[in-house]
Ligand binder design. Structure first.
Ligand code: KIV
Ligand code: ZN
Length: 518
């Protein structure tokens, strides 16, 4: 990637480091929706997953790479041949992709985790970078736990990785241990001591265990780093990764201090992307979260309000509009035509051809009939759900009926599901209406997962809200996630469970195909 010396490459790892920290893994379609919004945000590189880790991750990486047009898609691999080959398997046929290979370099990781010597690690790094270079000319190498790696070792392995062909070398503070100046000094030392350092882009990947991920990443820029690895809303292992929105807005807001450094991120898309990621991952955004929290631009005290009314800059260093918070002014009702819906989707960044307008419009009308007014977040959710349904869906809710009331009534449900091409009905009872519906779905699908989490959230506000139900289901030692959206929370619950069972069904098919191939 040809790079001007002031441009900071934004490498997003929401779908890899972020996803690995979630309670339940995301489906390939959920990952694709996040990837599409990251591309609209202007992210340079998306780490789409860890292809060797599961068939679902492999599929997600492949689909994302086939769909995105501007953003470079990257897959993670350990310094192990089969991992690197799996990345190639996911990306073969794609014009441009990145393989990111990593190995731990700190003494504690090398000795206690890998049970090796540093020279073995060095040799594995070199051969892995070379192997990845046979597949692509965009290879990133990471020294895991670089923040705690002896500096002589770090200099040696960075130099060797670049000599072997790494075009980006990433310096992670894996456990969020360093302080900003200390981390900056590590980067400075690498620039002073590694003779071929100018042949690669130096990247940083800071975890937030001591709340210093953003400060460490920004400090590294002042010492020469030109790629920041980060995740939307700061998702990531333990306390998370460096939040994308924070580094991007800090760079934009303090160009004076950073001597003109800039990113290609379209800041007006930040709020929307944060909300999409939060909705799909089921990870709420804390209200006080910098940049994207609902309170991030609220002024509460009288003195502050008075100041802002006189001059916004008294208490506002960034405007809410600059990151895309806006009043909702789209009035979409059942009277809206297909052109209006197309225009609204276009405004939200979804171009015709990436979705099926007929399908979305039909579903929009059904929703508008029930809800009166439809908002942009509803439309986006419809788009996402229609994407989900375009998949090879085995189970589809056809209708449901419940009887429930006070303690004198036994909650009873009757559920009709389309299974493949056949319609089947089941009735049953439960300790509540949702339990009764779930019992019917379990019997109809023949899948008996363990429900490990169930949440209901209102999407939208007041009378306009829709219920979003998220379920986590454990099946054969793997976690699956399902989501359902409806004005009726019982229907939303049924849709969520069916959504999770479709993922289980697909995973079983992929597993079966894999076994047959072996
Ligand atoms: O935190 C870390 O060190 C990582 C590497 C795989 C880059 O996530
Ligand atoms: Zn990490």
């Amino acid at each position: 990637m040809a790079q001007d010396k002031n441009r900071i490459i934004i490498f997003d790892t929401t779908l890899r480091d972020g996803e690995q920290a979630l309670q339940a893994s995301l489906s390939p379609r959920q990952k694709l929706q996040i990837a599409m919004s990251l591309e609209q945000l202007g992210v340079d590189v998306i780490e789409a997953g860890f292809p060797i880790s599961s068939p679902g991750d492999m599929e997600a990486c492949r689909t994302i790479a086939q769909t995105l047009k501007e953003t470079t898609v990257c897959g993670l691999s350990r310094c192990v041949e089969k991992d690197i080959d799996a990345c190639y398997e996911a990306f073969k046929g794609i014009d441009h992709f990145r393989i990111h290979t990593f190995i731990a370099t700190s003494d504690i990781h090398v000795q206690d985790k890998l049970k090796k010597g540093f020279d073995d690690v060095l040799a594995m790094a070199i051969s892995s970078v070379k192997r990845a270079r046979n597949y692509t000319d965009d290879v990133e190498f990471s020294c895991e736990d670089a923040g705690r790696t002896p500096i002589d070792h770090l200099c040696r392995i960075v130099e060797a990785a670049i000599r072997a062909g790494a075009t980006t070398v990433n310096i992670p503070d894996t456990v969020g241990y360093t302080f900003p100046l200390q981390f900056g000094h590590i980067i400075e030392t690498l620039f002073n001591r590694v003779p071929n350092i100018d042949k690669a882009t130096i990247s940083v990947h800071c975890h937030n265990d001591l709340g210093m991920a953003t400060a460490n990443s920004l400090t590294a820029l002042s010492f020469g780093a030109r790629q920041i690895e980060c995740a939307v809303n700061g998702l990531g292992e333990r306390a998370g990764n460096c939040p994308l929105e924070e580094v991007v807005m800090a760079i934009k807001t303090r160009q004076d201090f950073l001597n003109g450094l800039y990113t290609n991120i379209k800041a007006q898309n930040i709020a929307r992307t944060a909300q999409i990621v939060s909705g799909i991952t089921n990870e709420p955004i804390p209200s006080h979260k910098p940049i994207v929290g609902s309170n991030a631009f609220a002024h509460s005290s009288g003195i502050h309000q008075d100041g802002v009314l006189k001059n916004r800059n008294t208490y506002e260093i960034i405007t809410p509009e600059s990151v895309g918070f806006k009043e909702n002014n789209l009035h979409m009702t059942a009277r809206s035509g297909r052109h209006m819906i197309k225009a609204c989707l276009e405004k939200l960044g979804y171009h015709e051809g990436t979705y099926d307008l007929n399908d979305v419009y039909a579903r929009f009308l059904r929703l508008a009939d029930r809800k009166g007014q439809v908002f942009d977040y509803d439309l986006e959710a419809l788009l996402f759900f229609s994407h989900d349904e375009e998949e090879d869906t085995q189970f589809e809710l056809n209708s449901l009926n419940v009887i429930a009331g006070d303690k004198n009534i036994i909650p009873t449900a009757s559920v009709k599901i389309k299974i493949g091409k056949r319609l089947r009905t089941e009735s049953g009872t439960g300790n509540g209406p949702i339990d009764a519906v779930f019992n019917c779905i379990t019997r109809l699908t023949g899948i008996k997962g363990e429900l490990t989490a169930f949440t209901i959230n209102a999407k939208g506000s007041g009378m306009n809200a829709q219920g979003q139900v998220d379920v986590d289901v454990k099946y054969n030692n793997r976690q699956y996630h399902g989501k359902g959206l409806s004005t009726d929370v019982i229907e939303a619950s049924a849709l969520a469970l069916i959504n999770a069972y479709n993922s289980i069904y697909r995973a079983q098919i992929i597993e079966k195909e894999k076994k047959e191939e072996e």
